[in-house]
Design a protein around this ligand. Structure first.
Ligand SMILES: Cc1cc2nc3c(=O)[nH]c(=O)nc-3n(C[C@H](O)[C@H](O)[C@H](O)COP(=O)(O)OP(=O)(O)OC[C@H]3O[C@@H](n4cnc5c(N)ncnc54)[C@H](O)[C@@H]3O)c2cc1C
Length: 243
């Protein structure tokens, strides 16, 4: 059986100081920042699975770094869009909520890109709101004719976003506790996963693990699945990038 390919690319990493061009509350729990500035020149993001580092004040006079997805890069316009899932307490979340157009933003990366290709006829994209920027971008960037199913957990119906899903299907789960895999698992159990479907999962690490295990138990081949913990409950600046 043929299997998907994962091509790895390295990029020159440099730190860029950009300016906040716009802020927009997309949904109650998602804040969009548009960054721009001459230092965006040469920025490359080849995959929706990429991440950049955002440098934010650590509250003690220094800086902390957090990982975020380049949601949309427009080289011609010179803009980079980042979507922040808003949660109770976090340095990056606080920073995103505090900035105004004209303020500075410091970013680094992406250091590299992993481009998934080969004989992928269908995609199943599953995750929580931290994965939504990557999922929304992938849906937009997939070639026409590739069937995509999305399943995303968000706090409530008002947090759902329109996805450029075409002929595909978008499922939403609503949940109180983002560390509880049950609402996603319940819906995933009812979704048929055909051969040649690449499954991409990102959520809180324990949730991502539970979703991955469920699909492997159903016999989905490991080469057709990639799962990541985009955050780890109870730990700041933590992730499990390859589960
Ligand atoms: C490759 C990659 C891409 C990512 N892309 C995005 C993106 O585009 N948008 C996005 O919003 N996030 C994204 N994330 C997740 C983001 O990096 C983490 O959620 C990060 O911890 C947020 O930083 P913070 O400073 O707000 O919270 P932290 O200071 O890191 O954490 C403080 C506390 O909040 C908890 N916590 C962290 N995130 C959440 C959450 N979402 N909900 C509830 N509790 C949380 C932590 O467990 C910790 O207890 C991505 C992560 C990875 C690895």
């Amino acid at each position: 059986m043929t299997i998907p390919t994962i091509e790895r690319f390295r990029h020159e990493t440099r730190r860029r100081t950009l300016t906040i061009a716009a802020t927009e509350r997309l949904t109650p729990h998602m804040l969009r920042l548009t960054l721009s500035g001459p230092e965006l020149e040469g920025f490359v993001s080849l995959s929706p699975g990429d991440h950049i580092k955002i440098f934010v004040p650590d509250g003690q006079g220094g800086q902390a770094m957090r990982d975020y997805t380049p949601r949309h890069h427009d080289a011609a316009q010179g803009t980079l869009v980042i979507d922040f899932a808003l949660h109770d307490a976090g340095l990056a979340t606080q920073w995103a909520l505090s900035v105004q157009p004209g303020d500075k933003a410091e970013i680094g990366g992406p250091r590299g890109s992993q481009v998934i290709g080969g004989p992928v006829a269908r995609w199943l994209l599953v995750g929580d709101e931290t994965a939504l920027p990557s999922i929304a971008r992938r849906v937009e960037e997939l070639p026409r004719g590739v069937f995509v199913t999305t399943l995303v957990a968000v706090p409530g119906p008002e947090d759902e976003q329109p996805l450029a899903i075409g002929e595909g299907r978008a499922f939403w789960a609503h949940r109180q506790d983002p560390t509880d895999p049950a609402p996603l698992l319940e819906q995933l159990a009812g979704i048929e996963v055909q051969p040649e479907t690449f499954v991409w999962i990102a959520a809180e690490a324990g949730v991502a693990r539970a979703l991955r295990d469920h699909l492997l138990d159903r016999g989905h081949p490991p080469a057709w699945l990639k799962a990541a913990g985009y955050w780890v409950a109870g730990e700041a600046d933590a992730s499990a990038k390859d589960l």
